[in-house]
Design a protein around this ligand. Sequence first.
Ligand code: DGL
Length: 290
Amino acid sequence: MAEGGLFHSCHGYNARMNATQTRPLPIGVFDSGVGGLTVLKALREALPAEDLMYLGDTARLPYGTKSPASISRYACQATRHLQQQGIKLLVVACNTASAVALDALREQMAPLPVIGVVEPGATAAVGTRPGASHLVLATEATVRLGAYRHAIAARDPGATVRELACEMLVSLAEEGWTTGDIATAVIRRYLGLLPEEARAPDSIILGCTHFPLLRDAIAEVVAPGTMIVDSASTTAQAASTMLDDLGLRSDKPAGGLRLFATDGASRFARVGGRFLGESLDASDITLVDL
Ligand code: DGL
């Protein structure tokens, strides 16, 4: 087992946060692949003056089927890369990494602030109504740890939560097959694994940053009126509040964006452009070795 119990230990994170020095630094965002670009998009909309730096660990995607020790080690290495570039806030735009490694990253990277996506997602979900029934679609690792179940129970003890691992939806999103017969058939197949009474929840939580791309296909399959919740905008709000609380909001007129990936710049550009909502070129992505 890795040092520090289940979690790989991140040594060397002793950033001395000083508001004047750190205010101009970018916000670091990382995901296992391109899915976190849905969160990046929300961050850009909410914080247009901030520089953003995104790393997709495309060489090691998916995280969701890996062991907690491996996920934690990968998250730590990705985070270290962003830290070395110089960031003022880390957004873990991956539900799996948030579920597995967030507490360890927060502890080991203090005082650098770290925000995950599970807590904002749970906050958004309980906002539908108290005591609602929620169905969480996520990766195997996120479901195994009951990350959303715990986060929702802490906010609304009267809520009921069921979690369903839907690994193939990650592949569909990465492939760009997000609408049409194949996407809806796969979603139906997953929902068919649930007992009849669990197939009509009040809300469906997109507990994986890849799944907002499948929102339309999911809406087509579930009962009309089902709330579909994702964590992107609540995560961006949490980041905005955090920057204000720490006095770290940028005073530049406009922010820039740097993109890093660990493999496949062309594929990242092709698929990631859809997630980000703008066209990307392979030359926009810098490949890095973690
Ligand atoms: N981005 C991951 C998440 O939000 C899903 C992809 C993966 O398994 O790496 O859980």
